[in-house]
Design a protein around this ligand. Sequence first.
Ligand code: ZN
Length: 206
Amino acid sequence: MQPASIERLAAAFARLPGVGPRTAQRLTYHVLTRPEDEVRALAQALVEVKELIGDCQTCFNLAEGPQCVICADSRRDPSVLCVVEGPADILPIERTHEYRGRYHVLGGALSPVDGIGPGDLHLEELYRRVVDGDADLHGVKVSEVVVATNPTTAGEATALQIGADLGQRAPDVVVSRLASGLPVGADLEHADEVTLGRAFAGRRTI
Ligand SMILES: [Zn+2]
């Protein structure tokens, strides 16, 4: 039994991933001990990130404005695309320093049981990028697609689909899959840099 505003904040924290009721309560008390300007800055950062962040028009990574920082970086190799399920998968790959190409974010993985079909993912946009090249790259063609979907049933099904589709539409493009070493059933997001780096170095053609 607590004041209603405390209950509301604790309930909001408890909806965050990995936060149980006890941690939610602790975070709420923590907020109450902090100076008002600090709490205001936190609240503002929460609202701002929702207002400012949208999808990159090229790769569907998170972006402030039309392009994400990776697509806007002219030093990135435009001939290689790494396909990931979500924007959260990009950071761990970047941390391996094994990869200097660009990305394509699918927005999920194929999972018929969850009602997620090819039309729900950014697959057509991927094939267009591979076949036509990115509009801003003045004719630079993609020569390799590295499929880095999660080593789960849905991730594997998605990788197979991409391999089959690109085999038909762009037979000259090498399509590879991250090598083993990644624990089956695990998320890329939680893989350590060494394992993920090795998986990248040992990717195989599919
Ligand atoms: Zn982008």
